[in-house]
Every structure is written in structure tokens, then in C-alpha cells.
Write a protein that binds this ligand. Structure first.
Ligand code: SF4
Ligand code: SF4
Length: 86
């Protein structure tokens, strides 16, 4: 996937109109399936705290992580305005 293409303004706006990925921390067991399945490497398991981080500037809102999560801990949610890191 050509990542530069995804940052072209109108394309980026179309992507962001799909919403953003949000995680229910109570359901997440940090199995890492979403990390491995993300086609653009937008999800990271972080450090010793083993928190999950999604880089919303890289995420293309494809929904793959949502489908892969065995605990239904992720969903794409419509939000108004810009999305931020979580
Ligand atoms: S796939 Fe689901 S349970 Fe596993 S780390 Fe990702 S959000 Fe957490
Ligand atoms: S929606 Fe797609 S691009 Fe975004 S974090 Fe999930 S798998 Fe990665």
C-alpha cells in the first residue's frame, strides 16, 4: 500500500469520515491479534505497561482489527472533527 497516497488531502478526509477505532479496555486482553493484522502497522503494543496504541494518522479505517479481535473490544465509531491518538 502506498502510504503517501493515503495522506493526500481529499483521500485522507474520506478515510477519516469513516470514524475512528476505539477500544474497550475492559474487554481487551492484549492478545496482539489486531497488531499483527493491521495492514499499515498502525497499532502497537507498548512497553512494559503493555498498553495498546493506535496511530490515527496511519490508520486507514479498514476495520480489519475490529474483525480480528476475539473479544469484540474494538469498533469503528463516527466522531465529529479530527481524531486523536489513544
Ligand atoms: S485483538 Fe482485541 S483483545 Fe487482542 S489486543 Fe487487539 S483489542 Fe485487545
Ligand atoms: S482500522 Fe485498519 S488501519 Fe486502522 S488500526 Fe484497524 S486494522 Fe489498522
Amino acid at each position: 500500500m502506498n502510504k503517501r497516497f493515503l495522506h493526500f488531502g481529499p483521500i485522507r478526509r474520506l478515510i477519516e469520515n469513516r470514524g475512528m477505532v476505539v477500544r474497550n479496555k475492559d474487554r481487551c486482553v492484549l492478545c496482539g491479534k489486531c497488531v499483527k493484522g493491521c495492514p499499515v502497522g498502525a497499532i502497537l503494543l507498548e512497553g512494559e505497561s503493555r498498553g495498546l496504541h493506535i496511530d490515527s494518522s496511519q490508520c486507514v479505517r479498514c476495520g480489519t482489527c475490529v474483525k480480528l479481535c476475539p473479544k469484540e473490544a474494538l469498533k469503528l465509531e463516527k466522531t465529529a472533527g479530527e481524531v486523536g491518538a489513544w
